[in-house]
Ligand binder design. Structure first.
Ligand code: M6R
Length: 353
């Protein structure tokens, strides 16, 4: 039930710190160490390449997952959109392992890929929120998201839960994981809490920058680019503002032509090593009239409106930077009088191909 919340989406955004703590608790062994089943560890170790298959928000979580799996566990990983994979099947490695990410576990496009790869004899894992769902039943191995029921059509807590579960998978398959994942995830949960407590800021920024606008662009580099894709999906889906996420370095190759006076641009900057590059992109779009909001870990110049994120491990920043983006989308949709929990033309689980 949504209790005192006006919308399920807002309630589900607020639940994210608790969900993260529940995930940590559910993926611990008797010694309090993060763990996944030994069958899954073996299946991943035996594979020479991982193929993540998903749609929409789950696909965006898959992109972050690729970065975690490759950087933490050095496992080559590809991410594919389910509906493309069926007829545009990539050349597969010798020992592929498929990871299906799906909140509902019922998405027909993903199921079609599962049917195909099973015919080919390849193993699969489902990462899903719904125990007993189709993908859960038909895959060889399963990892649950423990996010609790997600009612709003716009996926929020399932997205961060997917990233959390993938990060646990990445560190548990790496024998010499130098990463204190348990501690870092707990820290991320506290930072999430702080971000959820700051609603007035997002509400004011959404009112000032987004509600009158026809379009909005998100720019970022590295994992922040993936967050931009998810942020843009969230905004278009519930507020009907045309939104796109761009790799900040690509602006000069075409996109910057779209910037006019007062075009909203949200810059996401969580990676220290590329923070100067994205900051110079902010200057470029501002020089062309853009109205910039920055979501970042460092304070930028006083003239830029900013949402500051407290420190979390640089590999886990997508867990927390998603929250301001979700809340900006929520307030934009609220003040545009949109049907937030049930946006037009969309269904919570997409059971047709
Ligand atoms: O249940 P799934 O995770 O398989 O659903 C995939 C997409 O349909 C879903 O993520 C969709 O993009 C959301 N409405 C986004 O908020």
């Amino acid at each position: 039930e949504k209790g005192t919340y006006p919308h399920y989406m807002l309630k589900e955004i607020d639940e994210q710190p608790f969900v993260l703590r529940r995930i940590i608790a559910n993926y611990q062994d008797e010694n309090g160490k993060l763990a996944v089943s030994s069958e899954i560890v073996n299946a991943v170790k035996e594979a020479d390449r991982l193929y993540i298959v998903a749609c929409g928000t789950s696909y965006n979580a898959g992109l972050v997952g690729k970065s975690l799996l490759e950087n933490i566990s050095k496992k080559p990983t590809e991410v594919h959109i389910s509906s493309e994979f069926v007829y545009n099947t990539p050349i597969l490695s010798e020992k592929p392992l498929f990871i299906f990410i799906s909140q509902s576990g019922e998405t027909a496009d993903s199921r079609a890929v599962l049917v195909k790869i099973k015919e080919m004899g390849y193993p699969s894992i489902a990462i899903t929120n719904v125990k007993g769902a189709t993908l859960y039943r038909e895959t060889d191995y399963q990892m649950l998201l423990h996010a609790g029921p997600e009612i709003a059509v716009a996926s929020t807590k399932a997205y961060t839960a997917q990233i959390a579960v993938l990060s646990i998978l990445a560190c548990t398959i790496e024998d010499d994981c130098s990463f204190d994942m348990l501690n870092e995830l707990s820290r991320a949960a506290s930072v999430m809490e702080g971000l959820c407590d700051n609603k007035e800021l997002y509400e004011n920024l959404a009112k000032e920058y987004l509600i009158e606008s026809r379009n909005c662009f998100y720019i970022g580099r590295h994992v922040d680019y993936y967050t931009c894709l998810e942020a843009a999906l969230k905004l278009k889906e519930i507020s009907y503002i045309q939104a796109e996420g761009f790799a900040a370095g690509e602006l000069k190759h075409g996109t910057i032509a779209l910037i006019e006076d007062n075009t909203p641009v949200v810059a996401i900057i969580t990676q220290e090593k590329i923070n100067l590059n994205t900051r110079s992109n902010i200057k470029e779009v501002k020089a062309r009239g853009a109205a910039v909001i920055a979501i970042s870990m460092r304070r930028l110049s006083a003239e830029t409106d900013q949402i500051i994120i407290d420190d979390v491990h640089e590999k886990l920043t997508p867990l927390v930077s998603a929250i301001p983006a979700q809340l900006l989308a929520y307030y934009a949709a609220l003040y545009r009088d949109c049907d937030i929990d049930k946006p037009r033309n969309l269904a919570k689980s997409v059971t047709v191909e």
